[in-house]
Structures are given as structure tokens and as C-alpha cells.
Unconditional design. Structure first.
Length: 364
């Protein structure tokens, strides 16, 4: 119990420090719940353009996105639609007085009908779809479930939570069946990455009380990553990354190790300067935000920011690396949030979700 209280105190102090660091940003930019809500409202029921992830068995499988998956057909692709719905759910829950909350609830009501979510469940059980959106889209779907789980004060959310249970059950079973067979973790900077997905999923497992998957992820994370040394973060990023392989791994391990163990592990994994007020990890530069792959780097700056915050929150209170981590987090946050404009749909259909995850500190 004492260890848990100490960890909660650490998170509280870290959060306050992050708030102080963020004051100039909040004062000079348009970071409001409405700003990010607008991006998701504009896309969750926008069917085209659309990049479907769809395995066909015959001519009869040729259908428009709205018929393939009637809840999550918008926002360009399935996983972006899922986390667009997560964005609306989270901001409506946290900011019920947001002037767009009522519009969000109307949109969510349309998507989360029992019929739509049962059709989603039927779709993913179709022939050839065992690996559908695994692990990235599954992780975001479970994050959406976690958000509904915590919105128990809202009658609509309670109803939607019931409607989504069959889909949750199938996808949770897929994680349970897949993870023991995943011999090696995927260390990419994009959708297939293992560490990022496991971080989102273990948070869902803890919120919903799924002890089986929580313990499975803890066990596999240790098997995959505990002996890792000297992660080559200086080689990052690759040109189309939106996740950092090194930081995502560390952000996962702080979820499964106690602070003292995590501190020792991190010392051998990434070289983080002590008490540094200079840039040790440069934010990524985006040369063309209208290019859908190059725009991934805007998302990288946002995800790096929340991962750096997460890593700091997992260290002992007196760890001298916390200052360097939080300064780097703010540098990435400043650059990343400034890019969330909605000017180009290539980034606008998904960057709002990453920005929301960051500014609402979902992972802490």
C-alpha cells in the first residue's frame, strides 16, 4: 500500500510540474476541447476518402466502407475512426460543458447502436480477418472501451458500454490467443509496433479489471524487453514514424516495473542526461504536412511528448533524469500541438486523437 501511495504522489508531482511547464503553451495557442472535438466531428462519419483494410473472399465482399463496418467507417481508415470516437468520448466525459459535447453525443449515439456494433463484431469474425487491425486498431478499440467504462455517470455511455461488449470480447480473446505466439516483438515506428499497443491494452485491462490480460502483458513485456540494452534512439526517427520504438518500449516498461526497478532498467536502455536544460532529443521536422506519410512525423512529436512524460512518471521522485525528460516532452509538445491545425485531411483525420491523448494525460 505504501508503494502505491508513493507512486500516486510521484504522478501528482509530475503532473503539477508538467502543468507549470505548459502554462506558456496554453496561453499562446488554441488548445481547447472544442478544437480537437471539431476535428473528430468532421471525420467520424465522413466516408471518403477511405483506405480500407479488407480481405475479400469473393465478389460479394466488394462493398463500400459504411457497409463493411457501419460504426467505424469514417476518418479515412478503421483505426482512425475508432480513436476519433475515443476522442469524442473522452472529451465529452472530461468536459461536459464543452459547447460541442451535445453534438458529440449525437454522433456517438448514431455510431454505437446495438445493430452497428454487432455488425462490426460479425465483420471481424469473417474468413481471413483473424489479424484485422492487430495490434494497433485493437489497442485503440480497447482504449475506447476503457473510456466508456469510466463514464458510468452517463446513461448513454452505460448503454454504449453494453453494446460494445461483444466486440470487446472477441478482440480481447484475439490478444489472449496471439500474444503467447508472438515469438518476437515488432519494433517498428508504425502501426505494427508491439510496445505501444501493449501499453494501451494493459491500461484497458487495469481499468476494466481483466486480470488475465494484465498479467499476460506484464509477463510478455518482461520476456520481450527486460534484457534490452542501449536502444539506438539517435537513429530515430525513420522517415514515416509516428511512434518511437525506444520511447514506446520504455513507456511500456514503466507500467510493469516498480520505480526502483524501472530506474535501473532505464539506465541501461537509454542514455538520458541528468538535470539537463538543453535539447538532447530533437523534435522531428515535417517537410510537407500534406503528404500522408511525411505527416506521420507530426504524430511522432505528440507521441514522444506523452511517452517522455510517462517515463518521467515511472521514476523515483528524486531521479535526476526527470527534469531532462520533462523539458524534452515540452519541446515535442510545443512542436506537435502547433501542427494540429486540420488544414490537411492527411493529418487532420488522426492528429486530434494524439493531441487529446497528450493534453489530457491519458496514459498517466
Amino acid at each position: 500500500m505504501g508503494q502505491k501511495k508513493s507512486r500516486n504522489l510521484l504522478i501528482l508531482i509530475t503532473t503539477f510540474f508538467l502543468f507549470l511547464l505548459s502554462l506558456p503553451l496554453l496561453a499562446t495557442t488554441n488548445i481547447t476541447p472544442e478544437r480537437f472535438t471539431e476535428l473528430a466531428l468532421d471525420c467520424i462519419h465522413k466516408e471518403y476518402p477511405n483506405k480500407i483494410s479488407h480481405t475479400l473472399q469473393s465478389d460479394s465482399d466488394v462493398k463500400p466502407p459504411r457497409e463493411l463496418y457501419p460504426a467505424f467507417f469514417g476518418c479515412y481508415d478503421w483505426h482512425s475512426s475508432v480513436h476519433g470516437h475515443w476522442l469524442l468520448t473522452r472529451l465529452a466525459r472530461l468536459y461536459p460543458d464543452n459547447r460541442l459535447s451535445s453534438q458529440s453525443i449525437i454522433k456517438l449515439e448514431k455510431s454505437f447502436s446495438r445493430k452497428n456494433l454487432l455488425e462490426e463484431t460479425n465483420y471481424i469474425q469473417g474468413t481471413g480477418r483473424l489479424a484485422f487491425e492487430r495490434p494497433y486498431g485493437i489497442a485503440w478499440l480497447l482504449q475506447l472501451v476503457a473510456e466508456l467504462e469510466e463514464w458510468s455517470s452517463n446513461e448513454s455511455a452505460i448503454k454504449w458500454r453494453e453494446h460494445i461488449k461483444p466486440l470487446e470480447k472477441i478482440l480481447a480473446e484475439r490478444i489472449t490467443n496471439w500474444l503467447p505466439k508472438l515469438t518476437y516483438p515488432v519494433r517498428s515506428g508504425q502501426h505494427s509496433q508491439t510496445a505501444f499497443a501493449l501499453g494501451l491494452i494493459i491500461d484497458w485491462a487495469r481499468i476494466t479489471g481483466n486480470k488475465e490480460i494484465e498479467l499476460l502483458i506484464e509477463h510478455r513485456s518482461v520476456e520481450y524487453f527486460l534484457n534490452d540494452k542501449n536502444c539506438p534512439i539517435s537513429y530515430e526517427p525513420s522517415g514515416a514514424d509516428f511512434l518511437s520504438p525506444c520511447l514506446a518500449e520504455a513507456d511500456l516498461m514503466r507500467r510493469v516495473l516498480v520505480p526502483e526497478e524501472f530506474s535501473k532498467w532505464l539506465a541501461g536502455f537509454i542514455n538520458i542526461p541528468y538535470h539537463s536544460n538543453h535539447t538532447w532529443l530533437e523534435p522531428a521536422v515535417v517537410s510537407d504536412p500534406s503528404d500522408p506519410k511525411l505527416a506521420h512525423l507530426d504524430g511522432l512529436n505528440l507521441s514522444r511528448a506523452w511517452m517522455l512524460e510517462g517515463i518521467a512518471s515511472g521514476l523515483p521522485l528524486d531521479d535526476p533524469r526527470i527534469e531532462s525528460l520533462l523539458i524534452a516532452a515540452k519541446e515535442h509538445s510545443d512542436v506537435g500541438l502547433a501542427a494540429v491545425t486540420g488544414e490537411f485531411y492527411e493529418g487532420g483525420h488522426w492528429l486530434g486523437s494524439f493531441a487529446t491523448y497528450l493534453v489530457t494525460q491519458r496514459g498517466l
